[in-house]
Design a protein around this ligand. Structure first.
Ligand code: 13P
Length: 252
């Protein structure tokens, strides 16, 4: 059975001290909560990774980075490699977030490089796809998502693809308070699973966790997660408030 996951993407928020407090509060909750087939992932900024890893129970909470370099190592001042991230104790990594695509010119070919480097370094990619508002309104969204998947991740062999999580994050829903309706989310998740099935077969498609992201909060999580192809959420703003994030976990 595929894993259900709630992941908190803290983006460029919190200092280390506040990040530790937030992680502790979520860990306190998780220590008394039966997660069964569910998983919690926290994705703090790079600077916090090893401190947060030490704060959380690895049986309950995994830690993720939000990005990594497209190169293995060397003279790339300011970059952080997949190997460094893995050595911090993180096991997951967000790749291809729309903010990386939009502000840092990360395109599908670069993202595929990153995905391969992550897997080589034992990190599980949370690979993000999502269409812009104009692409949604002009009915191009299926086409856009297909291209992001084909160019960004479908170059992997089956064994490696089996280690990947997909996150569908419509760009128009990120940080806008305008969430996709459960029907819109389900429509896209079902389509993504169909594409995975065509490429890798039905067994792998049914095992792949597909998260929804974009203004997911304590009020809408339950209805979104109730959709058959929505396996949890990648949460931004609402993951910065322990109580709200905990309510989202309970909605799984
Ligand atoms: P918000 O939940 O703040 O809309 O952000 C979603 C997101 O980008 C998670 O990666």
């Amino acid at each position: 059975m595929r894993k259900q996951i709630v992941a908190g993407n803290w983006k460029m928020n919190t200092n280390i001290q506040d990040g530790i407090k937030l992680a502790k509060a979520i860990n306190d909750f998780a220590s008394n909560y039966n997660l069964e087939n569910k998983e919690i992932i926290l994705a703090p900024p790079f600077t916090h990774l090893s401190s947060i890893v030490k704060e959380v129970d690895p049986k309950k909470i995994s830690v993720a980075a939000q990005n990594c370099a497209a190169w293995e190592k060397g003279a790339y001042t300011g970059e952080v490699s997949a190997e460094m991230i893995y050595s911090s104790g993180a096991h997951f990594i967000i790749i291809g977030h729309s903010e990386r695509r939009q502000y840092f010119n990360e395109y599908n070919a670069t993202l595929f490089q990153k995905v391969k480097i992550c897997l080589k370094n034992s990190l599980h990619p949370v690979f993000c796809v999502g269409e812009l508002l104009a692409e949604r309104e002009s009915d191009k969204y299926f086409e856009v998502i297909k291209r992001q998947l084909v160019e960004g991740i479908f170059g992997l062999d089956s064994e490696n693809f089996g280690k990947v999580i997909i996150a569908y994050e419509p760009v128009w829903a990120i940080g806008t308070g305008k969430t996709a309706t459960p029907i819109q989310a389900q429509g896209m998740h079902k389509y993504i699973r169909k594409l995975i099935s065509e490429k890798y077969g039905v067994t792998i498609a049914n095992e792949t966790t597909i998260l929804y992201g974009g203004s997911c909060n304590a009020g809408n999580a339950k209805e979104l997660f109730a959709q058959p192809d929505v396996d949890g959420g990648l949460v931004g703003g609402a993951s910065l408030k322990a109580n709200e994030f905990i309510e989202i976990i309970k909605a799984l």
